[in-house]
Design a protein around this ligand. Structure first.
Ligand SMILES: [Zn+2]
Length: 388
């Protein structure tokens, strides 16, 4: 790549033409990944790395022959699919330009190995956990689960120079002290209790700083830094502790609940990361640049009904969605998360309800945690997010 502005790059400019169109939903069944891998076996080597608890295959795809090796894995948590879609976009766009000089330049410099769904059982069931109801991101030391063993074996054999730990975060996160959602958050995980800034941790910070600059053009104010409390049971902390620069990606909420807007932002970040890996331009970034990214906070609800008359009182009612798999799509089921004064909180949708006639459900008593069947505001039905 000649230009460090990825927005001038062929791989960015052709996004709308060549992103991976077969998958738009938040839900990605493992068979969809298998067919994607079949399609992309023309540009990379697909390998069977092992099996899940329920015996599903766990595949990787490896592109390039370069000496600098990058290992990424997505959907360690089965209900976190946005980064998987961004990686599929990357594969699709590389495929569309597989004979270009750009592609050749990148992949003689780096080797990229990606596991698109590390937890295929959790992906099928749309759950965070694997089929033994274990959180794989707390199993990095024990390696008690087959999926953890697969990842560790791939890591050991591939000996990456850089690891990408790809996740989604909930809709509750904002960028600290702002009313902006944390659409993308990053972390260079700690590798010890003192949160020392070691050489490898610094490299991850430098990459993040470069991606932050790039994303600032696309989703200004919507980029956060994840909490760096040390937990050796987390995969990122463990790999960082083993001396490999490791970056946590968290795809969050921008505007659309299908998160295809965030997906594009993650794609931009990945493109910038690849550019940095090829040119080594990340070395110009500083730890201070990384630290200057504002931290995540948890100040968002999905909906807030402001100043709602409840019996003799006026309260704010916060509504959250539960994401549930229903007929191959993700359904967003609203429930009451909080009834309180919520002046310090924001919502993706806010309604001023003072003086209005508000009816929530029909006969049920209002309380936190109850499911919402419907909300009538002056007799008109409040609309909720459609399934995706
Ligand atoms: Zn996660």
């Amino acid at each position: 790549m000649e230009n460090n502005t990825i927005y001038q790059h062929l791989f960015w400019k052709s996004y709308n033409d060549h992103f991976y169109k077969p998958i738009i939903s938040r839900y990605i069944h493992p068979y969809e990944i298998n067919s994607a891998l079949k399609r992309f076996s023309t540009i990379g080597k697909v390998s069977l790395e092992g099996h899940s608890v329920l015996g599903k295959p766990i595949h990787s795809i490896t592109l390039g022959t370069g000496s600098y090796k990058i290992l990424g894995w997505s959907q360690m948590h089965g209900n976190e699919s946005t980064t998987t879609k961004a990686v599929l976009d990357l594969l699709s766009i590389i495929d569309a330009h597989k004979d270009s000089a750009e592609t050749e330049e990148i992949f003689k410099s780096i080797t990229l190995k990606i596991i698109l769904q590390l937890n295929p059982d959790g992906c099928e069931a749309y759950t965070r956990f694997n089929a033994n109801e274990k959180d794989l991101n707390r199993d990095a030391q024990d390696c008690s689960q087959p999926e953890s063993i697969v990842l560790r074996a791939v890591y050991k054999e591939f000996t990456p120079h850089l690891c990408l730990n790809l996740h989604d975060q909930r809709t509750i996160y904002n960028v600290n002290l702002t009313p902006k959602t944390a659409a993308v958050s990053f972390l260079s995980p700690s590798q010890d209790i003192e949160r020392s800034i070691t050489a490898n941790r610094k490299v991850a910070m430098q990459y993040i700083s470069a991606m932050n600059t790039t994303l600032s053009h696309l989703i200004k104010g919507h980029i956060g830094r994840y909490d760096d409390g040390f937990n050796i049971n987390c995969v990122g902390d463990t790999f960082q502790n083993l001396g490999t620069p490791t970056i946590l990606f968290e795809a969050g909420h921008l505007e659309a609940y299908d998160r295809n807007d965030t997906r594009k932002a993650i794609y931009a970040a990945l493109l910038q990361l690849i550019y940095c890996a090829v040119t080594k331009s990340y070395v110009a970034e500083t730890v201070e640049d990384y630290i200057s990214i504002p931290q995540n906070d948890k100040k968002f609800y999905d909906i807030i009904l402001r100043n709602t008359p409840i019996k003799e009182e006026i309260k704010d009612i916060a509504i959250q969605y539960r994401e549930e798999l229903d007929g191959g799509l993700i359904t967003f089921r609203p429930y009451i998360a909080k009834i309180d004064n919520l002046n310090d909180y924001y919502a993706h949708k806010e309604l001023e309800c003072s003086g209005l006639d508000i009816q929530i459900n029909t006969s049920e008593k209002l309380a936190e945690e109850i499911d919402i069947v419907n909300v009538l505001i002056n007799g008109k039905k409040l609309s909720f997010v459609k399934n995706t």
